[in-house]
Ligand binder design. Structure first.
Ligand SMILES: [Zn+2]
Length: 676
C-alpha cells in the first residue's frame, strides 16, 4: 500500500513517516485522496436526512483529512527540501487541488444544505465555536457567489477571469520595466562612495550584458546599494526617477488604464456580491471589519506621527547642508544621508553582537520564556522521524507532563530550501469526541551555520526572526479548539502577526536577554549599553517610516474604499490620496500606484494597513505585560487564552477579553520614540 495513504500513520504521535515514502508516492496518493474526499462530500450531499450541523457543516470540515495530511507534507517538503522531482510533481498536482477546491465552493447542492443549516441556526443549540465554524463556512460560499442567480454567477466568473488577467498584466509590465532599465557607468569616478560588494555586483551585471564598466539596475539589491552609497547626486536622481517612472511612461507597458480597470471591476464585483465597496468586501473577514475603522486608524496614526516625520527629514536636511551644501533635500538623498547619519550615530556591527546570540542558547531561552509564560516545556525526542539530519524534534508538554504538541526546528540553509523564514504545520490540532489530535508545528529558517570551531552565532536580525517564528509556533502549539479548521494561526490577516511580533519584544528586554544572551566564550551577559544602542538604532527615522507606511495604506484605501465614479487621472488621484502624508516634494514623472504590486498584483488590496495595525496590536499587548511584569502569570494566562482560541472567536472580541479594551496606538508611538 502507498505509505502516505496508510493513515493514521503508525508512528509516534502520528507524525509523518518520512523514511517510509518516496517522492514518487505523492502523486498517486494525492489523486486517491482527492477521490476519497469527493466521496465524502458526495455522501454529505446525498444524505437523505434533513440538513443538520453534524451531517453537513461538521461533516464538511472533517472531509478530506487524509488529503490535508498528504498535501501538508508535500508542500512543506517543496519549501524546505525540494528537488526537481518534487517541483515537477507540484506542477502536476496543483491544478488538481485547485480544481477540487473550486468544485466544492461551486457545488450547489452542497451549498443549499449549508444555507439550510445557516438559516435555521437557532434550532441547533450550537456552542460558540460551532457558530463560528458555521458562519465561516457559509461566508466561504457566499463570498464566492454561491447565493447569486445563474446570470450573476456568470457575470462574477467573467469579472474574476478579467481580474486575474489584468493582475498578471500589471505584474508583467512592472517586471518588464524593471528589467528594461540600466544605468551604465564607464567612468570609475562615478562610482565614488560605493562599497566593493556593490561595485563587484555592478561589474558582473555589465559582463552579463556584454558591456564594459558597471551596470546598476532597478532590482532592489542594486538599486538600494546605489541610493545608499553613491556620492554622485545627479546619478542617484537619475536612478530614482527611473524607478519612480516604472509603468508610468508613454509606452505599451503603462499601467494607468489597467489600474482603472482593476479598480472598477473590483467595485462591480463587490456590488454584485452585496457590498458597498471592494474594501467593505475584504474587511468583512478582518479584525478591522470596516473601511471607516481603517481610515480612522490611519488618520489617527498620521496625526500623531507627521510632525516627527518632518523633524526626521529636517535633521537629515541639516546634516546634508552642513556636509555637502545641499539646499533642498530630495527623495534621492534620503537613503544616502540616512546611511551616513546612522553610521555616525549608531555604529553597531553584527560582529559585535553575534557572540551573545549562540543559537542553542537562544532556543533554550525562547523555551524558558514559553515555560514561564505558559507552563509548557520542550523535550527533545529522537524517535520522531525527520526529512533531514539538521531537523530537530521536540515534544511540547504541559504542566501535568502530557504531550500537547510536536515542534520541529530546521535552522540552516541548504540547496533545496527556499530563502527566508517561516512557520508551518503538518497538522493543526483538534479535540473532537474525546480524541485529541495534537498539533505538529515546524519552523524553517536560514540562519548562520556553525563551523568547525564556532557554533551558530545569530545576528540581531536572525534573533528577532527566530522569536517571530517561535511566536507563530506557540500560536499553533497552544491550539485548544474542537475543529482543526479553526486552530492556531487560522485567523484573519490583520491578527495573525500579533503572536509572532509579540514575541519579538522579548529580544529588547534585559530581564529576558539575561536568560540567554550570554557570550558564547566568556558567559558574560550582553551589556546594557549594547541593548540601548540596539533600541536607539531601531528608532532611527521611525517617524518618517511611519508616515510612509501610512501613505501607502491611505493610497490602497483610496483605490478600494470608495464608490468609483470615474477616476480620470491616476496621478492626480494619487496626489490627492497622499495629501498630508508627504514630507518630500512631489517629483514629476514618478508615480507609486503604477508599480504598487502589493495591491494590484498580490493579495494586499484593502490590506496594506495591516502592517501598522499588527504593530499597534503587538506593542499594545506587550505594554500590558510591561505594566504587570513581562513574565506576569495572570497576564500570560489571558494571552494564552487568546492564543489557544485560534479562529474560534472574532479577533476583536478575543483581544478585548485579553486587554480589557480595544487596542490603542500609544504603546507603539512610545516604542518607536514618537511619544515619551
Ligand atoms: Zn510572521
Amino acid at each position: 500500500m502507498n505509505p502516505l495513504l496508510d493513515q493514521p500513520f503508525s508512528t509516534p504521535f502520528q507524525t509523518p513517516p518520512f523514511s517510509k515514502f518516496s517522492t514518487a508516492d505523492f502523486k498517486p496518493a494525492i489523486e486517491k485522496a482527492i477521490e476519497e474526499a469527493k466521496e465524502e462530500i458526495k455522501a454529505i450531499v446525498d444524505n437523505t436526512a434533513s440538513p443538520s450541523f453534524e451531517n453537513t457543516i461538521e461533516a464538511l470540515t472533517l472531509s478530506g483529512e487524509k488529503l490535508d495530511r498528504i498535501t501538508s507534507i508535500f508542500f512543506n517538503l517543496n519549501s524546505a527540501e525540494t528537488n526537481k522531482e518534487i517541483q515537477k510533481t507540484a506542477q502536476e498536482v496543483s491544478p488538481l487541488l485547485s480544481e477540487f477546491s473550486n468544485d466544492i465552493v461551486l457545488n450547489e447542492n452542497l451549498f443549499s444544505r449549508i444555507k439550510s443549516v445557516y438559516d435555521h441556526k437557532e434550532s441547533f443549540n450550537l456552542n460558540e465555536e460551532q457558530q463560528e465554524l458555521l458562519r465561516k463556512t457559509f461566508r466561504r460560499f457566499t463570498r464566492n457567489g454561491a447565493n447569486l442567480s445563474e446570470e450573476d454567477k456568470t457575470t462574477l466568473r467573467e469579472i474574476d477571469k478579467k481580474l486575474s488577467k489584468l493582475s498578471l498584466q500589471f505584474g508583467e509590465n512592472v517586471l518588464a520595466e524593471t528589467n528594461d532599465y540600466q544605468l551604465h557607468i564607464t567612468n570609475q569616478a562615478d562610482l565614488a562612495g560605493l562599497p566593493d560588494y556593490a561595485m563587484d555586483m555592478a561589474q558582473q551585471e555589465a559582463e552579463k550584458r556584454g558591456l564594459e564598466g558597471w551596470v546598476f539596475t532597478l532590482h532592489m539589491p542594486s538599486y538600494l546599494a546605489f541610493q545608499k552609497f553613491a556620492d554622485q547626486r545627479e546619478l542617484r536622481e537619475k536612478l530614482y526617477k527611473a524607478s519612480g517612472a516604472k509603468a508610468f511612461q508613454d509606452n505599451e507597458r503603462n499601467n494607468e488604464n489597467i489600474i482603472k480597470e482593476i479598480v472598477s471591476l473590483r467595485y462591480q464585483r463587490a456590488q454584485l456580491l452585496g457590498y458597498k465597496t471592494h474594501a467593505d468586501f475584504v474587511l468583512e473577514e478582518r479584525m478591522a471589519k470596516s473601511p471607516q475603522k481603517v481610515l480612522d486608524f490611519l488618520n489617527d496614526l498620521l496625526e500623531q506621527s507627521i510632525e516627527f516625520a518632518k523633524k526626521d527629514i529636517q535633521s537629515l536636511a541639516e546634516y546634508a547642508e552642513k556636509t555637502d551644501g545641499i539646499k533642498e533635500l530630495m527623495p534621492w538623498d534620503h537613503a544616502y544621508y540616512a546611511e551616513k547619519v546612522k553610521k555616525e550615530q549608531f555604529d553597531l556591527s553584527d560582529e559585535e553582537l553575534k557572540p551573545y546570540f549562540e543559537l542553542n542558547a537562544v532556543l533554550q531561552g525562547a523555551f524558558s520564556i514559553a515555560q514561564r509564560l505558559y507552563d509548557i516545556s520542550f523535550v527533545p525526542n529522537q524517535q520522531i522521524e525527520t526529512y533531514h539530519p539538521d531537523v530537530k524534534v521536540f515534544e511540547v508538554k504541559d504542566s501535568s507532563n502530557e504531550t500537547i504538541g510536536i515542534f520541529y526546528t530546521d535552522f540552516f540553509p541548504r540547496e533545496g530550501k527556499r530563502a527566508g523564514a517561516w512557520m508551518t504545520n503538518y497538522r493543526n490540532g483538534s479535540k473532537m469526541n474525546g480524541v485529541h489530535k495534537i498539533p505538529q508545528i515546524s519552523i524553517v529558517c536560514n540562519f548562520t551555520q556553525p563551523t568547525k570551531d564556532k557554533p551558530s552565532l545569530l545576528t540581531f536580525n536572525e534573533l528577532t526572526t527566530l522569536f517571530h517564528e517561535f511566536g507563530h509556533a506557540l500560536h499553533g502549539l497552544l491550539a485548544n479548539t474542537q475543529y482543526e479548521a479553526l486552530a492556531g494561526t487560522q485567523v484573519s490577516w490583520d491578527f495573525v502577526e500579533l503572536p509572532s511580533q509579540f514575541m519579538e519584544n522579548y529580544c529588547y528586554e534585559p530581564e529576558a536577554l539575561a536568560l540567554f544572551a550570554k557570550h558564547y566564550e566568556t558567559g558574560e551577559v550582553i551589556p546594557q549599553a549594547l541593548i540601548d544602542k540596539i533600541i536607539a538604532a531601531a528608532q532611527f527615522l521611525e517617524g518618517y517610516q511611519m508616515s510612509r507606511q501610512i501613505s501607502f495604506g491611505k493610497l490602497d484605501m483610496a483605490w478600494h474604499a470608495v464608490e468609483i465614479s470615474d477616476i480620470e487621472d491616476v496621478d492626480a488621484y494619487e496626489v490627492k490620496a497622499f495629501e498630508g502624508t508627504q514630507v518630500y516634494p512631489k517629483v514629476e514623472g514618478t508615480n507609486m500606484s503604477t508599480a504598487f504590486s502589493h495591491i494590484f498584483q498580490g493579495g494586499y488590496s484593502s490590506g496594506y494597513y495591516s502592517y501598522k495595525w499588527a504593530e499597534v496590536l503587538d506593542a499594545d499587548a506587550f505594554d500590558y505585560f510591561k505594566q504587570n511584569g513581562i513574565f506576569d502569570k495572570a497576564t500570560a494566562d489571558k494571552f494564552k487564552t487568546l492564543l489557544s482560541s485560534g479562529g474560534t472567536v472574532d479577533p476583536m472580541v478575543l483581544y478585548k477579553n485579553f486587554r480589557g479594551r480595544e487596542p490603542q496606538q500609544d504603546a507603539l508611538l512610545k516604542r518607536v520614540g514618537i511619544k515619551s
